[in-house]
Each structure stands twice: as structure tokens, then as C-alpha cells.
Design a protein around this ligand. Structure first.
Ligand SMILES: NC(=O)c1ccc[n+]([C@@H]2O[C@H](COP(=O)([O-])OP(=O)(O)OC[C@H]3O[C@@H](n4cnc5c(N)ncnc54)[C@H](OP(=O)(O)O)[C@@H]3O)[C@@H](O)[C@H]2O)c1
Length: 293
């Protein structure tokens, strides 16, 4: 007999104040799954049925995380913002969960995660994946595709996206597809996805010159892509007063696309959710220009 949603184990969702965690939490609530919503500021957590708010708990606060995770059987760990200490933060959250009996971790990594990934922010995702592989807990890694919303957030006030992306291709992926995929595994208590590294991508691999006009079409706003050379990319950002760390992060984001590291379409979304992956023009959520972190 199938297990009723309410009788399943409790799922803890971190980052539930954010774009991805809130979507996972909403989907779990729709399915009647009991959950613990964990945030650094619990007053910003969403109100959802079958959900208990926990926190304040930052990943590197082991005692707060133990108390927040107490009672959960599965932890959905949204990766933290890049701080230079993400491996340590993620390891602290996972260990806290294991200390209080969490039996399974679903970790949101990033497409292209590798020790030598061109995109600087993909490297510490790889480190967390290595940590998880040896942590002694059931786990599944979701390498989320580059967000469909990111080019819109990278645009300037005139809706122009400039960077050294060349003619490389990337399968931009919607937050909703990533959330649906993670929710699908979170509510599947079989061991089928244990140890798996699931690359969650959109349905089509596009150059930025192809993707950005689709955002313009979807939003009715004049988004355009203007390729930059590497020296142009550096000089413009430096003139804008952007920090070296941020310059490196964003230039390497474009370079990872240019180099073809993200030119991959997988069947993970349709296989796990039962629905086709969403094309970028149907993403449905477009952050304002100049809001990329
Ligand atoms: N696939 C992609 O293209 C892509 C693009 C950008 C980022 N990412 C990664 O994906 C993650 C989730 O994306 P998103 O769109 O949901 O980002 P988001 O809207 O910024 O949400 C991030 C969430 O993580 C929480 N968080 C961050 N650092 C934390 C820490 N040290 N301890 C506890 N909670 C922490 C934030 O809490 P607060 O509300 O307290 O800040 C927030 O709830 C990001 O954090 C980043 O690692 C992926």
C-alpha cells in the first residue's frame, strides 16, 4: 500500500526564504509532506501547511542547526551564498543533521561542478560533493543548471547583458524545474537515487545570442546580448568599481559558457517529474536588471 504523504518522514528545507528553497517548500506543502523550514531569520520564512518554522540557524552554527534539524529524516540542503567557506558551512549543516538522526541529504550543487571548473563558484560545490561522498549518510546531489533568470538579473538598466560568453552553449534551467526535481526525489523514499549526481538542465542548449532574445520575447522588454572580449569584460567591471572577487566570478561564469562546459541537455527533469523541462521563454519569473549577486 502506498504511504500517505502525511505519514512520510519529515523533510527539512534550508534556504526556504530564497528562490529555490521556497519553491521546494511550497511543492512539499502541496503534497501534504510534513516539513521543517529553516532560516537565518525565521520571520521571513513562508507560512505553509504541515510546516514548522525553525531557526535562526546559519549553516556554520552547529548547535543552532542541530536544534533546527531535530526530527527531520531528510535534509534538503540549499547551497549557501559564496563566502569562501562554503565547504565548511555545508559540512557543518550535514554533520548537525547526522548528529540528530537525519538519514538522507539532498544537496543542491551546480552544473559543471569540478575541482578545475572554469566558473569559480562551481569549485566549492565539487568540494561539498566530495565531502558528502565520504560523510556516511545517504545522499543525492542535484547539479542545478544555470538559472534561466540569471541573464535578466545580469542586465544593466538598458537591458543589455555584456560578457565574454562567445558562442558557447548552455541549457538554462528554471527554478521551478529544479524545485520539482528535488521535490520528486525528496518524496521518493526508495534508495533509487542514493549516491546519484543528477544534472538538472533545461530542454535546449543555447548560445547567449539565442537565449537573450527569448527573454526579450517573454518579458516584452528589450533585452540584448553584447559579447565582450576578456580585456573589455575586465576593464568595464573595474571601472564600475566591482571587486576582484566579483569580477572573477562573473567573467568565469561567461567563460564557462564560452568553453562549452555547460553544453549539455539531460533527461533528469522529465524522468523525475514526468513533465518536459521548461524552455527559457516560458520560465515565468524574471528578476529586475542589476540584481545578480
Ligand atoms: N544554478 C544557478 O545558476 C545558481 C545561480 C545563483 C546561485 N546559485 C546557488 O543556488 C543557491 C540557491 O539559489 P536561490 O536562487 O534559492 O538563491 P537565494 O534566493 O539567494 O536563496 C539562498 C538561500 O540560502 C540561504 N542561505 C545562504 N547562505 C546561508 C547560510 N550560510 N546559512 C543558512 N542559510 C543560508 C539564504 O538565507 P537568507 O535569506 O538568510 O539569506 C536563502 O534562503 C544559492 O545560494 C547559490 O549557492 C545557483
Amino acid at each position: 500500500m502506498a504511504i500517505a504523504a502525511k505519514d512520510r518522514g519529515t523533510v527539512a528545507v534550508t534556504g526556504a526564504t530564497g528562490a529555490l528553497g521556497s519553491r521546494i517548500a511550497a511543492r512539499l506543502a502541496d503534497g501534504g509532506v510534513p516539513q521543517l523550514l529553516i532560516g537565518r531569520d525565521p520571520s521571513r520564512l513562508p507560512e505553509l501547511p504541515f510546516a514548522e518554522k525553525r531557526g535562526p540557524a546559519a549553516y556554520d552554527d552547529a548547535a543552532a542547526m542541530r536544534s533546527a534539524l531535530d526530527g527531520a529524516s531528510t535534509l534538503v540542503l540549499i547551497s549557501s551564498h559564496p563566502t569562501g567557506k562554503r565547504l565548511e558551512e555545508h559540512a557543518s549543516a550535514v554533520q548537525a543533521g547526522m548528529d540528530v538522526g537525519v538519514g538522507r541529504v539532498l544537496y543542491v550543487s551546480l552544473i559543471g561542478a569540478a575541482a578545475t571548473a572554469t566558473y569559480r563558484n562551481a569549485r566549492d560545490h565539487w568540494l561539498t560533493e566530495q565531502y558528502l561522498a565520504g560523510a556516511g549518510v545517504r545522499h543525492t546531489v542535484f547539479r542545478a543548471g544555470f538559472y534561466a533568470s540569471t541573464p535578466a538579473a545580469l542586465a544593466d538598466e538598458e537591458f543589455t547583458i555584456r560578457g565574454p560568453g562567445g558562442d558557447g552553449r548552455v541549457a538554462f534551467t528554471t527554478h521551478d524545474d529544479i524545485a520539482a526535481t528535488i521535490t520528486g526525489v525528496a518524496t521518493d523514499e526508495s534508495t533509487e537515487h542514493d549516491g546519484a549526481v543528477l544534472e538538472v538542465t533545461g530542454p535546449e542548449s543555447l548560445t547567449l545570442a539565442e537565449a537573450v532574445p527569448r527573454i526579450a520575447e517573454a518579458t516584452g522588454k528589450p533585452y540584448r546580448y553584447e559579447p565582450e572580449t576578456l580585456p573589455e569584460a575586465f576593464a568595464r567591471r573595474w571601472r564600475l568599481g566591482i571587486s576582484g572577487t566579483q569580477i572573477e566570478a562573473w567573467i568565469s561564469w561567461y567563460q564557462a559558457i564560452a568553453g562549452g562546459e555547460l553544453d549539455k541537455v539531460t533527461d533528469v527533469v522529465p524522468r523525475i517529474t514526468g513533465s518536459p523541462a521548461t524552455p527559457i521563454r516560458e520560465a515565468g519569473w524574471w528578476p529586475a536588471p542589476k540584481t545578480a549577486r
